[in-house]
Design a protein around this ligand. Structure first.
Ligand SMILES: Cc1cc2nc3c(=O)[nH]c(=O)nc-3n(C[C@H](O)[C@H](O)[C@H](O)COP(=O)(O)OP(=O)(O)OC[C@H]3O[C@@H](n4cnc5c(N)ncnc54)[C@H](O)[C@@H]3O)c2cc1C
Length: 460
């Protein structure tokens, strides 16, 4: 297999994927004295975290926010010498009701009628109680695991409340807002896991908590800093094509064949989201359980829309830039102005079925409809950005969706107990499999740390 174009190198551990999870694992392993190689398909590190300059505007195209409970990420930021800044949030938020009525408000509760407010509070309390009784590392052990996993979140909400506006508003925080799938496409148990992984459902409702801070220089900086420590052990433009392994002297001999490099190692870390596992050929094939399980984990889909203006004009009008509407094409909008940037940036999210619709339009028509929706929240000026960009992770070959993966209906209680079970020398590590910080960079970091700790114990 060795050739000048594809040299074979020997390492203790080979990591597939240079996102935050794979790089954290590699960094921890190397600190413990083990040798590593990270093979990365793209020509850059960072995976679903990526910054780029588009039409003169510097944008965070992927993951960016940090919340106070994300202590693994916060610790790593400190280690790497990276600083954070707060999201601008002074002033009124805007709520657009199902009938199109626009209302300014302050606080967390949407300005809805008394009955809707009471129903929303009831649903928040119920979800908080369910989340409090779930260990996010063992969702299948929840006392109501099966009952909650065989009903869609959409239908579960309607079994709790007859108030459609309340159901849609609460659904928004998990469906469009987090899993980026329609609420009928995943279970109530999956919704409870999302809440439990963030500490509570109330934390997800509180945008000041969940979207608290950003990293100066961008979240991709976390991966760039770790990759720079790893130096020549990171191989870009090297998609792993085949993972081959056999038992050897009571241990394992694994070979990862990637474009440009072949790595022989004792262990393999698959640090890619589950929807991409089947892009790699495994020899011997993965066991039946994994073959089945991986077909039930899929990425959601959301368009992150960036609109840049000469100034953050909404602030002069006393608006924070925050807006919500379950019925608008853009379900959420926030002030996303960069650190020390005189220009103003808004970020909006077009999720799941609305994203499907948006991509049936021409680019010009899509921009028109999306900026018109921003203008509904923040005024006519929002319809005329000086720079505009849509993050479209659905068309990225090495991701295929956003933000992360979740199980289909009934899959979570059926399979998740096995999702981290190693197969021979192969371990699994990504934010999509995390307990705390599930779907977030914090979860990716936690998984990288946990996987490294297991391998250090095994290989020491
Ligand atoms: C639009 C968007 C917004 C988000 N917002 C936030 C946010 O505000 N806060 C937050 O915490 N999180 C956010 N996230 C989620 C966060 O970015 C991810 O959870 C995190 O990046 C996952 O890290 P990971 O290392 O597990 O996987 P990834 O980041 O996906 O890294 C996996 C890597 O594996 C590589 N790869 C795949 N297949 C192969 C192969 N065969 N061979 C070699 N390499 C391969 C990929 O190229 C990639 O670099 C967002 C994500 C998106 C897309």
């Amino acid at each position: 297999m060795t050739s000048p174009e594809n040299p074979t190198i020997d390492r203790d551990v080979v990591i597939i994927g240079a996102g935050p999870s794979g790089l954290t694992a590699a960094r921890e392993l190397k600190k413990a004295g083990l040798s590593v190689a990270v093979v990365e398909a793209r020509d850059r590190v960072g995976g679903r975290t990526w910054s780029n300059t588009v039409d003169g505007a510097w944008l965070e195209i992927g993951g960016q926010w940090v919340s106070p409970d994300q202590t693994a990420l916060i610790g790593l930021l400190g280690d790497l010498g990276l600083e954070t800044y707060s999201r601008y949030r002074d002033g009124d938020s805007v709520y657009i009701a199902p009938d199109g009525t626009r209302t300014r408000y302050t606080g967390e509760m949407f300005p809805v009628d008394a009955d809707t407010e009471a129903e929303m509070n009831k649903l928040i309390d119920t979800l908080d109680s369910l989340a409090a009784t779930m260990d996010p590392a063992r969702p299948w052990e929840h006392p109501q695991a099966r009952e909650l996993d065989i009903i869609s979140f959409h239908h579960w909400l309607r079994a709790q409340s007859g108030n459609e506006e309340a159901c849609n508003n609460i659904g928004l925080f998990i469906a469009g807002g987090m899993l980026t799938k329609p609420a009928h496409a995943f279970s109530a148990l999956q919704a409870v896991l999302m809440a439990a992984s963030a500490g509570s459902f109330s934390n997800l409702v509180d945008d000041n908590f969940i979207l608290d801070k950003r990293v100066i220089g961008g979240m991709q900086g976390v991966s760039l800093a770790m990759a720079s420590e790893l130096g020549g052990d990171v191989f870009l433009n090297s998609p792993a094509r085949t993972v081959r392994w056999e038992k050897n002297d009571g241990g394992y001999l694994a070979t990862v064949i990637a474009d440009g490099v072949t790595v022989s190692a004792k262990r393999v870390v698959m640090a890619v989201p589950p929807n991409l596992y089947s892009r790699v050929s495994f020899d011997p094939p993965l066991p039946r359980r994994q073959h089945q399980m991986h077909q039930h984990q899929s990425l959601g889909f959301v368009i992150k829309v960036h609109a840049v203006y000469e100034t953050p004009f909404w602030r002069e009008d006393g608006l924070s830039g925050t807006g919500f509407s379950a019925s608008s094409l853009v379900q959420e909008v926030y002030d996303n102005t960069n650190h020390d940037d005189p220009r103003g940036t808004l970020v909006g999210f077009v999720s799941d079925e609305k994203a499907d619709y948006a991509f049936t339009l021409t680019a010009e028509q899509r921009r028109k409809e999306i900026t018109a929706a921003l203008a509904e929240f923040l005024g006519d000026e929002a319809a005329e950005p000086v720079a505009y960009y849509e993050s479209d992770w659905g068309s990225e070959e090495w991701t295929r969706g956003a933000y992360a993966s979740s199980y289909d209906l009934g899959g979570l209680h059926r399979y998740s107990a096995d999702q981290l079970t190693p197969v021979g020398p192969i371990h699994w590590s990504c934010s999509d499999l995390a307990a705390e910080g599930y779907q977030h960079v914090d979860g990716a970091v936690r998984m990288g740390q946990d996987t490294a700790a297991k391998l250090i114990a095994e290989l020491a």
